[in-house]
Design a protein. Structure first.
Length: 136
């Protein structure tokens, strides 16, 4: 089941981000950084709970995607856009279509709300299947 997140999901989402991004990088544990980013964006002035989705399997949160709204300027015009921060799937459920289902539902909601584009920082091999283009 794909649905909007609720307050009761915050702890499972934090745990999920920590697990899904458990590798470490130059600045420490990436999972903890993603967990903090999600919490920060939830308190942002433009946060839209309809664009923060969870995937549930048997009542367990196994996936999460948060799209945050922005206004960007393209060719002198203001355009409604979003940025994905992040897409996370529990390691036990990766490569089973959970991320794809989250992206499909999120894109459906984005189109319904009139967003013209979405951008992200992520795996360059994964996101083109959803229409994202690499900047390289």
């Amino acid at each position: 089941e794909i649905r909007s997140e609720s307050v009761k999901d915050y702890y499972p989402i934090a745990e999920l981000n920590t697990l899904a991004f458990s590798k470490t990088g130059g600045s420490g544990n990436i999972g903890k950084a993603e967990m903090a980013l999600v919490d920060m964006l939830r308190h942002g002035p433009d946060f839209d709970p309809d664009l923060a989705l969870v995937a549930e399997v048997d009542g367990r949160v196994v996936g999460h995607a948060l799209f945050y709204p922005y206004k960007v300027w393209l060719s002198g015009e203001e355009v409604a856009a979003t940025s994905l921060h992040p897409l996370a799937v529990h390691p036990d459920f990766q490569r089973q279509g959970v991320g794809s289902r989250l992206m499909e539902e999120a894109h459906r909601r984005l189109e319904e709300k009139g967003y013209a584009l979405s951008f992200l920082y992520g795996e360059p091999e994964y996101y083109p299947r959803f229409g994202y283009q690499n900047d390289s």
